[in-house]
Design a protein around this ligand. Structure first.
Ligand SMILES: *Cc1c(COP(=O)(O)O)cnc(C)c1O
Length: 399
């Protein structure tokens, strides 16, 4: 694969509009007028360039953000939604009908898991959850009616990495699509360039990075995005999960600093991983050669963005994990909160929070310990001092 640089792809876009503001003007119109009636008809049929119909379909400010996201992913187009889960559910619903089958990694985000396991079954769409690290198991679980293979590039909370090129081959051999949630690793991985058909994001996390909104994105071919917003059959057009353009405008500005943030999150997480290793904590970080997916990670990643800001440590019991998190919060390491990709460090006990929708047996099967603390490492300027506070918190825990 040729070298790809998502940050430069965004940087090279000309974001100016007719007013010459360095940031594109915010267009908060719900509807748009047409100089001639036939243009409206043609836009309804999806046949006109440069005309906007209605903001549930397309909006000029959303389009600016979408072009930047598409540049980042190396896809033709993108479309933005009011939350990450809206992006995921829209992308999934667009591919399936009653009687179809989805094959999903057993380690997805809890909300995604609950949607496939509890909600989609009401409409006769069945999902099997398998260990996506075991490619033979994936192959065996594919059925003639499998329409989607679904995975996260870096999974939660064990930080295993999915083999996107191999999964794409398997999906395509069956006429299915590979949909990948790249929320944990924007810029580090470009799933569509590795063979995935669709990449989805919760922009709530790293992409926006400010924890001041929820938002999502769907990236793919122009034909695919057009089919999502088709007025007769498009899942996005008909379910209406579109992102507000005011929010698009602020996310676009934050997207332009994403590469700097990813580099710093990654440097800090790498530092913590090395120190955790030295002091003998049981840690998980795909940036060190000890991680089972280190070589796979290296083979798929774009250079220069590090290995991501997510790291987990296993403290054995949920009780101990809780106690340590409380002490860490008091000492100012960061916040005991779900979510990730924020400028401050956030930590939570995965089994009792973001993966609590995943039944305990499956948590065990995934290899998730009940004492696992997941960190989203912040942009700390003095990460050595942060490490010392974490170490003191563990030492003071007394359990
Ligand atoms: C947070 C998250 C989601 C859901 O996104 P929202 O913006 O909260 O709707 C989906 N996938 C992953 C990996 C996430 O971390």
């Amino acid at each position: 694969m040729t070298k790809f640089d998502p940050a430069t792809a965004i940087q090279r876009l000309d974001g100016q509009d007719a007013t010459r503001g360095v940031n594109p003007s915010i267009n908060d119109s719900a509807t748009f007028c047409f100089p001639e009636a036939h243009l409206m008809t043609e836009t309804f049929h999806g046949e006109t360039e440069g005309f906007f119909l209605y903001s549930r379909h397309w909006n000029p400010t959303n389009l600016c953000l979408c072009k930047a996201l598409a540049a980042m992913e190396g896809t033709e187009m993108a479309w933005v939604t009011g939350s990450g889960l809206a992006a995921i559910t829209t992308a999934l619903l667009h591919e399936v009908k009653t009687g179809d089958h989805i094959l999903s990694s057993m380690t997805t985000y809890g909300g995604t898991f609950a949607f496939m396991k509890n909600w989609l079954t009401k409409f006769g769409v069945e999902t099997s959850f398998v260990n996506f690290q075991d490619l033979d198991a994936v192959k065996k679980a594919i059925r003639p009616n499998t329409k989607v293979l679904y995975t996260e590039t870096m999974n939660n909370p064990l930080l295993r990495i999915a083999n996107i090129p191999e999964l794409a081959k398997m999906a395509h051999a069956n006429g299915a699509k590979l949909i990948v949630d790249n929320t944990f690793t924007p810029m580090i991985f470009s799933p569509c360039r590795l063979g995935a058909d669709v990449t989805v994001y919760s922009m709530t996390k790293f992409v926006n990075g400010k924890n001041d909104c929820v938002a999502g994105a769907i990236c793919g071919s122009a034909e695919y995005i057009n089919s999502l917003i088709d007025v007769n059959n498009g899942t996005a057009m008909l379910l209406g999960p579109v992102l507000d353009p005011m929010r698009s405008s602020s996310i676009l500005k934050n997207l332009h600093t994403l590469h700097i943030r990813m580099q710093q999150h990654g440097r800090n997480a790498m530092y913590l991983a090395q120190r955790f290793k030295e002091v003998g904590f049981k840690y998980n970080y795909p940036g060190l050669p000890e991680h089972v997916d280190y070589e796979l990670t290296k083979s798929m990643m774009n250079e220069g963005y590090g290995f991501g800001g997510m790291i987990s440590i296993d403290m054995g019991t949920a009780e101990k994990a809780s106690r340590i998190m409380e002490i860490m919060q008091k000492k100012g390491v960061g916040y005991l909160a779900v979510s990730l990709g924020y400028f401050k460090t956030l930590f939570s006990n995965s089994g009792k929070s973001t993966s609590s929708e995943v039944p305990e047996e499956i948590q065990k099967e995934m290899g998730m310990s009940e004492g696992l603390i997941r960190f989203s490492v912040g942009l700390d300027n003095d990460i050595e001092a942060t490490f010392q506070l974490i170490k003191e918190s563990v030492d003071e825990c007394g359990l």
